[in-house]
Write a protein that binds this ligand. Structure first.
Ligand code: FES
Ligand code: FES
Length: 186
């Protein structure tokens, strides 16, 4: 008889049961089984932070965490942080035009959101010490400013206008069309 090992934990407020080897890295479970592809695979060794998600309030590098170790935990990914993409960190990054290629951004947003929950007004030194995510595009100076701005917004000291949301609006980008007519045979 085959015994199926299941691991259960909450992902973005939904209880999920993974029928995967408990040694499966959380990043794979999120990306491949749950289709939550916001967290990125960068190094796979716990160094770059591209895979950062929130596990029970801690910034966790999900490429290094086997799902069996987080049974019963609460996981939040970038998709679950703010459905409208209006978390102060997201607004500050957009308003400050911080993002370049964007690959590191979901992990940085999660790490920064968790930092601001712990420390409402972090100094530059604290931000540089706590946000150790790597960015190949070198956004660090603007990133520090944006995180401090997000902190002011979270404390109600500043309103960051919601700019144009980046990305594609699926309603504009694709539509159902009548069946295509095949080209005439030559
Ligand atoms: S992919 Fe997880 S830390 Fe780099
Ligand atoms: S914006 Fe390109 S890696 Fe950070």
């Amino acid at each position: 008889m085959t015994v199926r090992v299941m691991t259960r934990f909450t992902v973005n407020n939904q209880p999920v049961e993974y029928r995967l080897d408990p040694a499966t890295p959380l990043l794979w479970a999120l990306r491949d089984a749950s289709n939550l592809t916001g967290a990125k695979y960068g190094c796979g060794t716990g160094h770059c932070g591209a895979c950062t998600v929130d596990v029970d309030g801690q910034a966790v590098r999900s490429c290094r965490v086997p799902i069996g170790r987080i049974e019963g935990s609460t996981v939040t990914t970038i998709e679950g942080l703010s459905h409208e993409r209006t978390h102060p960190v997201q607004l500050a990054l957009i308003a400050g035009n911080v993002t370049q290629c964007g690959f590191c951004i979901p992990g940085i947003v999660m790490a920064a959101a968790i930092l601001l929950r712990r420390e409402a007004d972090p100094s530059e030194e604290t931000i540089r010490a706590q946000i150790t995510n790597l960015c190949r595009c070198g956004i660090y100076p603007r990133l520090v400013e944006a995180i401090q701005r997000a902190g002011r917004a979270a404390r109600g000291e500043e309103i960051i206008p919601a700019g144009a949301r980046p990305g594609i609006d699926p309603a504009d980008a694709a539509r159902v069309v009548p069946a295509l007519t095949p080209p005439p045979a030559p």
